[in-house]
Design a protein around this ligand. Structure first.
Ligand code: 6CS
Length: 297
């Protein structure tokens, strides 16, 4: 089952995005839902609340293959598809999504605008201190998009650091921005962009020499735009991964979700979802949230 967001609400939500940080159109199994949608709010028993009302609200981006929102609002992508499957096994039939920038995901979760994040929000120390991550679903790599032929020879974060004239586009509050900060790349060498497309526009306009994003996100963008190259995975960016993220107060849900996720990860359906979106399900085997939460930043 995929979930839908009405085009009207997605567009109405865009107005909100222009003003604030979140497109508030809800994605649901219904054809249209009022912007903002019914709130589950923080509850001592989110699992029972979500089961009784038949849905849980999820913060998502729109960055294939991690998350994907099609023109008619269908919310899929690797993480929402795994979330939906595990929630069904918990007795929660629907998942309602709201699109928001990565930097707003945790604040929105803790402000009860949604109840879980399933967006490929990569685990790292500072995030693991603010939310309860499930065990990882995805382990993935980072790459640079560069102009064809990579004229500046940018392959690592060290290459950016070594040449003060180089500029790299990154999402504000994103994992890549944290990698650059940890490596002491000055903000003067960073170009903040809002999404994949604007990162590529920065390259085309010579405002940036490289654009840092997960490898699979860049290869997904390259399917529609042949104007850039994607480097091999950046070997001085930390390995990390992602899973669902819950409020610290939702310990019961987190525990129940992890138990059901562990069982689901043993099924062919789990591997099929990851393969469908270009991930290798074997890479996450044996990797723990505790390990990934050691990632600096
Ligand atoms: O965790 C993050 O912030 C990053 N995750 C993805 C899937 N894309 C870019 C973003 O910066």
């Amino acid at each position: 089952m995929t979930v839908n967001i009405s085009r009207r609400n997605l567009l109405r939500g865009a107005g909100v995005a222009a003003l604030g940080a979140t497109v508030a159109g809800w994605a649901t199994g219904c054809s249209s839902v009022p912007v903002g949608g019914p709130a589950t709010g923080a509850s001592s028993n989110l699992l029972e609340t979500a089961k009784s009302q038949g849905f849980i609200r999820v913060g998502i981006a729109n960055e294939p293959p991690y998350t994907q929102v099609s023109a008619d609002g269908k919310v899929t992508g690797c993480e929402p598809d795994v979330l939906r499957a595990v929630c069904k096994r918990l007795g929660i039939n629907d998942v309602q999504g709201v699109i928001t920038p990565y930097e707003s995901m945790i604040p929105g979760l803790n402000a009860n605008r949604w109840d879980v994040i399933a967006a490929g929000l990569f685990m790292k120390e500072s995030r693991c201190g603010q939310v309860l991550y499930s065990e990882p679903v995805i382990v993935s790599t980072e790459s640079f998009a560069t102009p064809k032929g990579n004229p500046k020879g940018i392959l690592t974060v060290a290459d950016i650091l070594a040449d003060k004239s180089l500029k790299v586009a990154v999402l504000p509050g994103g994992f890549e921005e944290g990698v650059l900060k940890t490596a002491n790349v000055p903000t003067s060498q960073q170009v903040k962009i809002n999404d994949g497309r604007s990162g590529l526009e920065a390259l085309k306009a010579n405002r940036a020499d490289a654009f840092m994003l997960p490898t699979l996100s860049l290869t997904a963008l390259a399917k529609d735009d042949a104007s850039f190259d994607v480097t091999k995975p950046v070997d001085d960016a930390p390995r990390t991964g992602s899973g669902a993220a819950f409020r610290k107060s939702d310990t019961a849900f987190h525990e129940a979700y992890n138990e059901e996720l562990a069982a689901f990860k043993k099924t062919p359906e789990f591997a099929a979802i990851l393969t469908k979106w270009g991930f290798d399900a074997t890479v996450v085997e044996g990797v723990t949230a505790q390990e990934l939460c050691q990632t600096a930043g």
